[in-house]
Design a protein around this ligand. Structure first.
Ligand SMILES: [Zn+2]
Length: 50
């Protein structure tokens, strides 16, 4: 699993998503936002090394 810092383009909150695939090349993803409680566009900010 890799952790990614995402920023929701609707509420502006940054949060961490753990997935098993590489988001680095995508730049922007459509994903469920835990703050908006709906699917929104997110900017992929950075990969979090753990
Ligand atoms: Zn949001």
């Amino acid at each position: 699993m890799t952790s990614w810092k995402l920023k929701c383009t609707e509420c502006g909150k940054e949060w961490i998503l753990k997935v098993s695939y590489d988001l680095a090349s995508m730049g922007k993803i459509y994903h469920y936002c835990p703050h908006c409680k709906k699917n929104t566009f997110h900017i992929v900010l950075e990969r979090i090394e753990d």
